[in-house]
Design a protein around this ligand. Sequence first.
Ligand code: PAF
Length: 294
Amino acid sequence: MDIVVVGAGSLGSLVGGLLAREHDVTLVGREPHVGTVTESGLSVVGTEEFRVYPNAQTTVSQGADLALVTVKAYDTAALAADLADCTFDACLSLQNGMGNESQLAAELDCPVLAGTCSYGARLREPGTVAFTGRGEVVLGDRDGGRSTVADEVGAAFRAAGIETTVATDMPTRLWEKLAVNAGINAVTALARVENGALADSPADAIAADAARETAAVAREQDVNLSDERAVSLVERVVDDTAANHSSMLQDVSAGRRTEIDAINGYVADTATKPVPVNETLAALVRTWERHREQ
Ligand code: PAF
């Protein structure tokens, strides 16, 4: 399969690297990462170690069988407009936050699949991505239900050795992922700790409350997500990814804008009743973002 991975950050580079073992992959990202990959290939180190030689470039210039979108949520709208001129057979969003798929579907003339990914990754230096933990990709039709395109993309991921489930309940899966991100990302970023530090910590109740509030908002949207399931998913991900730095901690450590608007901010903006923990986390991270700009 011919795959363009748009967003060669930590996750895009790892998943793109894994896919490049089996498929023709083009990584689209920023310099100096892209230049180093072009010159010397992409090194994956950690859980599995290998080097692959995908194409690497700074803009999307061609169509492909699959556009795999891994850019930050705040870049999705602009990217969707750029991708509209290219021809893809399918598009898969493996991004944090809600609303990415509908922004892509508004511009692209192909089926847009939704996905979640719990593989752990961190860009170590240009050309090198650390594989910090095996996880799972779950993908499927963004509105739920069976999809032949999702089956084909799932088979292509499995052929590359990526643990993949094709799901028929993506709307619920996306809210579950949002509950996990709402519980973990801002708390680990503000406390500057790896995910595992949340277990039995003074902040674990904050993470659990943020997840419960997210579940309540999901139920307002007719998605069946109980408080108990949301909290247990947070606990499981904290355990499974104990050594990981969450993507928001990576952003804050690098002085970058975060995905707060698409995570706790989205929960706060969508809720029809007060969600004080998500509102507080969003306000704190947004305050940090403003301060960083000065
Ligand atoms: O954003 C992240 O870091 C990840 O989605 C997760 C699952 C919280 C693990 O770090």
